[in-house]
Design a protein around this ligand. Structure first.
Ligand SMILES: NC(=O)c1ccc[n+]([C@@H]2O[C@H](COP(=O)([O-])OP(=O)(O)OC[C@H]3O[C@@H](n4cnc5c(N)ncnc54)[C@H](O)[C@@H]3O)[C@@H](O)[C@H]2O)c1
Length: 270
């Protein structure tokens, strides 16, 4: 159902790899609400993923950009300004990758070169993106920028590995850069802390099935799906949330404030 919440708004969506990606679902919801966007992903993801289908369905252009390369980000943003013949209103940073997680290295035996690579991709890329948007003065006033996070930034989830620090860093960048973006350009910057979600990145975490089932049983409303995350992002890109900024917003069915649920007590008391 469309309320045209994003009618006339233009933006950039990072991170749609395949139809399970949170960014993919968000692109579809944004289109449904009247928004237009450029899709982007790293060159390797463009080759291996199915983003062309999404571009066709949403009549969007695709511009390749490795989010760790400032020159790629500059090219992407300048081309997007050209395509839309004006500044943009929203940006979704839906990017995460840990080499240590991918290669099954335990947190107590990390490869620190891999740690640095994952930190650059998952966290510093957000600063690079914000700084490039800021310097190019690419955002319209009352624009909105969202990145995706996870609760391991605040609490221990042993298998989340070095992504926990990456998410803590990402959330901090949203606050720090959000200050300057708000003060000087009236642009808001937030992170959404999403429930475990069965995507390529999500399923890469060791023990993901146990993880997601546990969260489901802990959350009074159950886990938030990728589609629901997309709906929430639409609200943050809309004009209905203009004074929400510098926040890490939990979108997790209530999980983050539950100590233990009766469902879990029942299971462990059996
Ligand atoms: N799936 C979950 O359980 C979950 C929960 C909370 C938060 N998140 C976060 O949601 C975001 C999206 O992940 P997802 O679950 O949709 O998985 P996904 O695997 O579909 O998306 C991750 C994306 O990051 C992109 N990416 C990796 N390196 C890149 C680079 N150098 N430049 C540009 N893009 C790059 C990938 O190509 C991919 O499109 C991530 O930040 C992830 O940490 C996921």
């Amino acid at each position: 159902m469309s309320n045209n919440l994003l009618k006339g708004k233009k933006g950039i969506i990072f991170g749609a790899l395949d139809e399970n990606s949170i960014a993919w679902k968000t692109a579809l919801k944004i289109k449904e609400q009247g928004g237009d966007f450029v899709l982007t992903n790293a060159p390797v993801a463009l080759r291996m993923g199915s983003i062309n289908e999404l571009a066709k369905e949403t009549t969007s252009e695709i511009i390749s950009a490795d989010a760790t390369r400032v020159e790629d980000l500059e090219n992407l943003i300048l081309k997007t300004l050209e395509i839309f013949d004006g500044k943009i209103d929203f940006v979704l940073h839906s990017i995460g990758m840990s080499v240590n997680v991918r290669k099954g290295r335990k947190y107590t035996d990390l490869n620190h070169d891999w740690l640095a690579k994952g930190w650059d991709v998952s966290a510093v890329s957000f600063h690079k993106l914000l700084q490039t948007l800021y310097k190019l003065d690419a955002m319209n006033e009352w624009g909105s920028i969202v990145a995706l996070s996870y609760m391991a930034a605040q609490r221990v989830f042993p298998n989340y590995n070095d992504m926990a620090e990456n998410k803590a860093y990402l959330e901090s960048i949203a606050r720090s850069f959000g200050y300057f973006f708000g003060k000087e350009k009236k642009v808001r910057v937030n992170t959404i802390s999403q429930s475990p979600t069965p995507t390529t990145a999500g399923k890469g975490v060791t023990g993901f099935d146990g993880f997601i089932t546990y969260a489901e049983k802990m959350s009074p409303l159950g886990n938030a799906t990728a589609d629901e995350c997309a709906d929430y992002t639409v609200t943050l890109f809309s004009d209905l949330t203009r004074k929400v900024t510098l926040q890490n917003l939990y979108h997790d069915g209530g999980f983050s404030n539950v100590g233990v649920s009766q469902d879990i007590i029942d299971i462990i008391s059996k």
